[in-house]
Structures are given as C-alpha cells and as structure tokens.
Design a binder for this molecule. Sequence first.
Ligand code: ADP
Ligand code: MG
Length: 245
Amino acid sequence: MKIDVHGIHKNFGTKPVLRGIDLRVAQGEVVAVIGPSGSGKSTLLRCLNLLETPDSGTIRIGDASVDAARIGRREAARLRSKTAMVFQSYNLFRNRTVLQNVSDSITLRRRASRTEAERTGRELLERVGIVDEVVRQYPATLSGGQAQRVSIARALAVEPEAVLFDEPTSALDPELVGEVLSVIRDLADQDTTMVIVTHEMGFAAEVADRVVFMDEGRVVEEGPARDLIGNPRHARTRQFLGQLG
Ligand code: ADP
Ligand code: MG
C-alpha cells in the first residue's frame, strides 16, 4: 500500500470530527472521498500531510510513517514530503510568474539549477496544458481553470508519492470544470496515486478506482467507484447520492 492510515481520531475542542478513520490506497490507485459538508473530508486530507495533527492513529505514506501519539519533527517533515495538496482556492504566489510558481518548488525540493528547474517546470506546465506566453504571466491574469492547472503542476513539482485534492473544481465557473477534470484524468491514466475529495459524482465514477463515503467522521461505505455510486448499499449513502440527484 502506498498510503495506509489506521484509526485516525481528531477532535476540535470537544467536537469529534474524525472518529476512527482507516484508509488504504495502493500505488497508482485513485480514491475519491465523498460525503456531506462537515463530514470530515478536508480534515482527513489535512491529517494526511499533518496540516492538522490527529489525536490518535497511524499514518504511513511510502516509507514514511508517524504515530499520532508521538510525532517527531523529522518524521513529520518526511511524511509531509510524500504528498502534495491541491486546494479548492488555488493558493498560487501572486508575485511570482506561473513558471516561477512551479520552478520555485523544484529548487526548494532538490538542488536544481535555475535553468534545470525552469526546464522541468515548463515540462510540468505542458502536461497540464499551460504553454507559451502564459508561463511568463502572473497568476492574476489567469482564468480559474488555468490557475488550478498551474496548482496541479506545482503539486507535481515536488515529485510526491501521492497527490491530495480537496474539491479541486468547487470554486470554478461551470465551464472551466472540464479542463481541470481532464488534467486529473490524464494523471490517473499515468498511474498517479491520488486521493480526491469531490462532489463530481460522474467524474468519480469514471476516474476513481474506489470511492469512500464519509459521514459524521466515519467511513460509512467504500467500494469500487461504479458500484458505490451506481448501487450504494447503505441507506445513508443512498440518501446522500439521491440529494445530489
Ligand atoms: P468537510 O470537508 O467534509 O466539509 P471538514 O473536515 O472541513 O468537513 O469539517 C468537519 C467538521 O470540523 C465541521 O464541523 C467543521 O466545522 C469542523 N472544523 C473543521 N476545521 C476546524 C477547525 N480548524 N476548528 C474547529 N472546527 C473545525
Ligand atoms: Mg471540505
């Protein structure tokens, strides 16, 4: 397993938000996490790279692992280096060009020369369909779809073992959703290990290998994407999918 998460609990104050989550993701697998607002999906993703510290449980990603009960700084840094996150609001650096947003990550990650980092950066941007003069522009000039594709290129720049997406298309105008989903689909075809929190059920059914349905901090049901979305077994899952209609 590329990702093996066991028994994650997380409270905010006295409110339990994650109540014993297990999640396993194989090399090259795409797992979609679905569920109602407030069910803990973002918190789970944030726990995977320790943006939030779980109260208990274990997380292993590649050859890095931590036990929430005793997280050392070195292990935490190693675990963080295994994933890259793509957020709903693309968080690009506004005062860096598109290319710099990507190449900065490369130079930070490994001691690459600027020329080498820019060449790799251009290759990554080309993979997400960002080419020509756009690479020299600043993020403010981009459409939401372009900005999100740049965020994906930047995530890939750190050569993560897995990419974590938190509702990557939720902030986009409807006509821009397709271009971002198409990039994620290409990554899936190239066997990129991904965990994707999404409300795009058609996309999840088509691209994810497996779907995990969360509610109230628990995994209620999981299974092959088409089965779960097309033929959910639990009443709660049916209700949730029914509401999306
Ligand atoms: P989802 O992504 O499924 O909508 P979240 O993981 O964002 O759910 O949130 C789960 C619950 O945790 C919600 O009730 C939310 O209000 C609460 N929560 C999330 N982050 C914090 C925080 N930093 N402090 C307090 N409560 C939080
Ligand atoms: Mg969320």
